[in-house]
Design a protein around this ligand. Sequence first.
Ligand SMILES: *Cc1c(COP(=O)(O)O)cnc(C)c1O
Length: 462
Amino acid sequence: MKYISTRGLIEPVSFREAVMMGLATDGGLLLPQSLPVADKEQIAAWRGMTYPQLAFAVLSLYITDIPAQQLEDIVNRSYAVFDHPEVTPLVQHGNIHILELFHGPTLAFKDVALQFLGNIFEYLLTESGGKMNILGATSGDTGSAAIYGVRGRERINIFILHPYKRVSRIQELQMTTVMDANVFNLAIQGSFDDGQAIVKAIFNDISFKKEHHLGAINSINWARIVAQIVYYIYAALKLTNNGQMVDFAVPTGNFGDIFAGYVARTLLPGHIRSLILATNENDILTGFVNKGEYSLSHKVVQTSSPSMDIQVASNFERFLYYLNGADPDRTRENMTDFSRKGYLAFTPEQQKIIKKNFLSKTVSQPETAATIKAFFEQYGYVLDPHTAVGVNAGQTFVDSSCPMVCLATAHPAKFGEAVSRATGRPVELPQSLQGLDKKESRCEVIAADREKVKAFVASHGL
Ligand SMILES: *Cc1c(COP(=O)(O)O)cnc(C)c1O
């Protein structure tokens, strides 16, 4: 399997090159040259598999340049650190199936991909004798998951930008209390979008990227997306024994998770009906689905689901490429237009395609709190605010013909304040979060300035 850029200005690359490249060198995003579609026999074989077995089978379709035994070993090690035997278990409450994606070391779904990516990086760098400086921006969860994916590893340093005082206390501590010498936290004085823009600009500086061996852990990295395809397949197969289809409700920020759902839907034909794109008040993507406009009409607002406090969704370009009939020239023009005007409109035919793939709802903060409260009172089950955004949208669109799977993207204790305000009770801290505030921590506060970040990476990098 080779990978192409959404902007069409690079030669196709291998999976290994795609992982190392992160953002394509023409500024686009990497995608498989063709999206695999499983046949009936494959699907039948997948039904009885454990999560790691299924992950290996699915990933093998997209990763054809790592020997099977090594890939299997990487997959097994990545999911052995999860604290549930099923890795991503499903639980049912009323007519909602919750897909718990938070059983990894940092209690958010980002672990599913970043444990895998950390192991892939280590494998490729050990083979090549190379080194890497990882640079990434986080709205809270990617940072700690990426740090836990590579902490203490040789050949890798990691630099994570988070928006200063705009992540939850627990999220901040999860990042800044990791004292391994290869970990650097930069708290930038700005929003997540500022951090993401800085990282993107630095990755677009090809000579700096090359000189400092920059590696990407944001969901622009294809390895992130590919690992997330697996749990859609896992959940869909569990709930479709009788030929019915499933819906997925996905709390969305950067469009990475739901894009993995789109790829999974293609891989597993006839199994996934709707992908429900749920946002908080940062709702540019809801406008895209419901009005056919991608419009940067307001600034990022802070909400109780901070990992989705994002407007410009970095993975949007991947879907845009397909929406343009896999035409890289049109995609490139669109992206140039968008960066100039902050606005894109779509034709009626395109709007039809969008609506065929997605339903969408914006869920306000009061609605999110009400959903947490109602779900707790009805079922005794505590949702985190991100998951609650998805559950609220899921409850809006659920119908009796199709099981509704809501992705639980974080453990409620990560966002304890918002959760306990909604339920009126304190949230129990899981063991891994106990005593974090008493640990030593390390963090650099820095202006939201590309040159300052570059200088820091240059002086502390490998
Ligand atoms: C990152 C994150 C999201 C959003 O996922 P995207 O892939 O950016 O759309 C939702 N919930 C939580 C808890 C997250 O950490």
